[in-house]
Design a protein around this ligand. Structure first.
Ligand code: CUK
Ligand code: CUA
Length: 623
């Protein structure tokens, strides 16, 4: 490889940034003058007539909104926002006791990479996992309810950006850290970075019945930054691959200081070997967590050089190759697992870095794909015909190329600057080859102006033919990074929460409603139904609750309308509280009645013609 050419490419990238935007802006204008019959045929491809449904779900991360955005494909209509790391008054998420506790006091998260649970390398549609770069958390969304069911905070981490990726049977959800940090988050001078700071990968398991995470073990590594990662498939199923940057150990001004070396590394870790070691008790313990250094385990970790500052790394559907995108090198590098395994077998290492055997680049690299003028490759997706699709952040396009031959087949502009793209079932062992959505960072003047900051945008592109066809662009809220597109047949939602007599605090009959005082705690066991609240059926006013200033109040409310889509809300004036109860659900609101006065309670979610009548009173008697 010619590293000099790559370096000069870097200069070209910076210089070419503006030019690229302008160039592709022109292409965009040409497109808008497409003939009306062209536009009509595009419109027909995405028009989902009333009474019919989209073929795919697209689950897009909401970035620093901490939410999940759910779209229908091909219509590109946003169907739902699912709150994960951020409170959401629209659904009461983070207000009721259970979800408030799950959020752990945080008010935001930075969600980059959704990962649908997999069985044999295929999305199984049961759960979706999410990473929070900002607060070292992982979350699970139950795709039968679209509710977040568990959030776990992980110690020793510095932002799990390179997650969330699952191994092919969801044995592990892999969460590599972005910022190196001292273990335990201890105070430590930046001067001691090289010795005391660590890169950590959390290996998380998920119990699908209990709907709970567990931190199985953590992998301790040199203080590099792990950017992206992917799990192997089939022949490479025991492995995870991770891109690194800042192998310079820069501790300030990374823009310059972490771009000094002409190469970084892709790290290959054999999780099967580490799992065995941990099972045999070969690990260190820190604050109750199991830590393992793969450098102590024969054959567990290797690295291969790659063009500097790579971003994405993606394993091909057949599991034979991994493709790295060099954000500062204008090319995609295809590596062969088979060749890597051969080198490992023969012990044919060129070097060792920080105790990690380095595989020879020339032997593991299979080909470099370098479309002329394409700049800033970030991520790769796949179709069912052996092709790869790369987003080019700087030259604002998607490049389609053949994995076997490296031949560039087609290029299509995006509007503008795509980060990830998502293809239908695009990172499974069986991609569908039907649609790809470019998740762009800039929309410029594509949509009605909303002031100095424009929305992000997403392009829908038809990839079913030899040539890609741009179909439409839609605005998105900030800020999808990655998305996954799954066929609708794999998602099985429930219609209502099942009536469960044993459920804690649930009340299924009006006669069982009651208000119980216990010292200065007041527990209201009530029901919500069209179109009233009943807190105590036997009281003179069943929809009023009397407490004293300073009381701790618990509203345990069950929605006994066991009909799909009959959701009730529960808002209390001036108490800054609002939650919702879906059909068959029981939720608890806990708060201290610290304001004396008369406070109307009302249903916030339109539920019937008499929704407006669905109200009551909270009377807080002065102390
Ligand atoms: S990242 Cu944002 S475009 Cu966080 Cu996967 Cu590459
Ligand atoms: Cu219940 Cu509106």
């Amino acid at each position: 490889m010619n590293w000099n050419r790559i370096l000069s490419g870097v200069g070209g990238i910076l210089a070419g940034l503006l030019v690229a935007f302008i160039f592709f802006a022109d292409v965009g204008q040409e497109d808008t003058t497409a003939s009306s019959s062209d536009n009509q045929s595009k419109a027909e491809k995405v028009y989902v007539p009333y009474g019919e449904l989209d073929e795919y779900y697209m689950f897009a991360s909401g970035g620093h909104s901490g939410q999940l955005f759910v779209y229908g494909i091909p219509s590109m209509r946003e169907i739902r926002t699912v709150p994960i790391f951020t409170p959401d008054p629209a659904t009461g998420y983070g207000y009721d006791k259970e979800t408030k506790e799950m959020l752990g006091g945080y008010t935001w998260g930075d969600f980059h990479h959704p990962a649908i649970s997999e069985t044999e390398g295929d999305y199984d549609g049961e759960f979706l996992f999410a990473n929070d770069v900002a607060n070292n958390r992982i979350a699970a969304v139950d795709l039968s309810t679209f509710h977040t069911v568990d959030i776990m905070e992980m110690p020793n981490m510095g932002g799990p950006h390179a997650g969330t990726f699952v191994t092919q049977n969801t044995e592990y959800i892999v969460m590599p850290t972005r910022f190196a940090r001292p273990l335990g988050g201890e105070y430590e001078e930046l001067d001691n970075y090289e010795e005391e700071y660590k890169g950590v990968v959390s290996m998380v398991t998920f119990d699908r019945d209990a709907k709970e995470f567990d931190l199985a073990y953590q992998i301790v590594l040199p203080p590099w930054s792990y950017d992206l990662s992917d799990a192997g498939k089939k022949m490479s199923g025991d492995w995870i691959v991770m891109t690194t940057y800042n192998t310079e150990f820069a501790t300030t001004n990374l823009e310059i200081n972490a771009s000094q070396n002409d190469r970084d590394y892709i790290v290959l870790v054999n999780w099967k070997k580490l799992e065995e070691e941990v099972e045999n008790g070969n690990y260190n313990e820190l604050n109750g967590e199991k830590l393992i250094d793969p450098r102590d385990v024969e054959g567990a970790i290797f690295a291969v050089p790659v063009a500097k500052s790579p971003h994405g790394v993606d394993v091909t559907p057949d599991g034979t190759r991994f493709i790295a995108s060099g954000k500062l090198a204008p090319l995609m590098t295809v590596f062969s697992f088979e060749k890597a395994f051969e080198v490992i077998e023969n012990g044919n290492f060129v070097d060792e870095k920080f105790g990690i055997p380095i595989l020879p680049y020339e032997e593991v690299m299979e080909k470099e794909v370098d479309p002329p003028g394409a700049l800033g490759p970030l991520h790769t997706q796949f179709d069912d015909k052996g092709n790869a699709y790369n987003t080019m952040f700087i030259s604002s396009e998607i490049v389609k190329w053949n994995i076997e031959t490296g031949e560039v087949i087609d290029r299509i502009p995006t509007y503008y600057s795509p980060g990830h793209s998502a293809a239908a079932e695009g990172d499974t062992v069986n991609p569908d080859g039907k649609w790809i959505v470019a998740l762009n960072k800039l929309s410029k003047d594509n949509f009605l102006s909303v002031g100095p900051s424009h929305p992000e945008s997403a392009d829908l592109i038809d990839i079913s033919g030899e040539k890609m066809e741009h179909i439409m662009a839609v605005p998105t809220d900030p800020e999808p990074h990655y998305a996954q597109i799954i066929h609708r047949d794999k998602i099985n939602t429930i219609e209502i929460y099942e009536k469960d007599e044993s459920k804690e605090n649930a009340v299924w009959n009006q006669e069982d409603t009651r208000i119980v005082r216990d010292g200065d705690e007041v527990h209201v066991y009530g029901v919500a139904m069209r179109s009233k609240f009943i807190f105590d059926a036997e009281a003179e006013r069943p929809d009023a609750v009397m407490v004293k200033e300073g009381d701790r109040v618990f509203f345990h409310i069950t929605n006994i309308d066991l009909d799909e889509d009959i959701t009730h809300g529960f808002g209390i004036l001036e108490y800054d509280l609002n939650f919702e109860i879906q059909p068959g659900q029981t939720s608890t609101l806990e708060f201290v009645a610290d304001k004396a006065g008369t406070f109307p309670i009302y249903c916030t979610n339109f539920c019937s013609a008499l929704h407006q009548e669905m109200s009551g009173y909270l009377l807080v008697e002065p102390a």
